[in-house]
Design a protein around this ligand. Structure first.
Ligand code: DQA
Length: 148
């Protein structure tokens, strides 16, 4: 059965590839997304992506996921990870299982990045593996959905 995975990217992730490449690498968001779509397809699932720099737009997209058949969410909320009760409440409100991804190892960085409003609700958290972290999350999502 095809499973629907939604990948959400928060603020500044549209700059991937050019933004602080020593931290976030050289892969662009378009290339990352294309690879994830292909990977999901190879696993018998479907995957859509959404990026916004706006907290409310991310909240709206999470709320829409309750109605559009999304089985699993993969989210890198960027800086909103560390600030947004609204995104936390949206994820709790739709009650769709999710994995939190960070490209960098946030625990090796500034103290304000060590707290996440999302982690205790997440099925899992991946940090510091670069784009591979998203791939691991897609594999997990595909398996999770199949066994659900
Ligand atoms: C990030 C880590 C956050 O602290 C930062 O604000 C980001 C990206 C990551 O993927 O490593 O925008 O979520």
């Amino acid at each position: 059965m095809a499973q629907r995975i939604l990948v959400l990217h928060g603020p500044n992730l549209n700059l991937l590839g050019t933004r602080e490449p020593h931290v976030y690498g050289h892969t662009t968001l378009d290339a990352l997304n294309a690879g994830l779509v292909d990977l999901a397809r190879s696993l018998g699932s479907s995957l859509t992506t959404f990026q916004s720099n706006h907290e409310g737009a991310l909240v709206d997209r999470i709320q829409a996921a309750r109605l559009d058949g999304t089985d699993f969410v993969i989210i890198n909320a960027g800086a909103f990870t560390h600030t947004s009760v609204a995104i936390r409440d949206a994820l709790a409100g739709v009650a769709i299982p999710f994995v939190e991804v960070h490209i960098s190892n946030v625990y090796k960085r500034e103290a304000f990045r060590h707290h996440s409003y999302l982690s205790d609700l997440a099925q899992g958290v991946v940090a510091g593996l670069g784009p591979l972290g998203y791939e691991a999350a897609v594999r997990f999502a595909a398996q999770h959905a199949q066994s659900a």
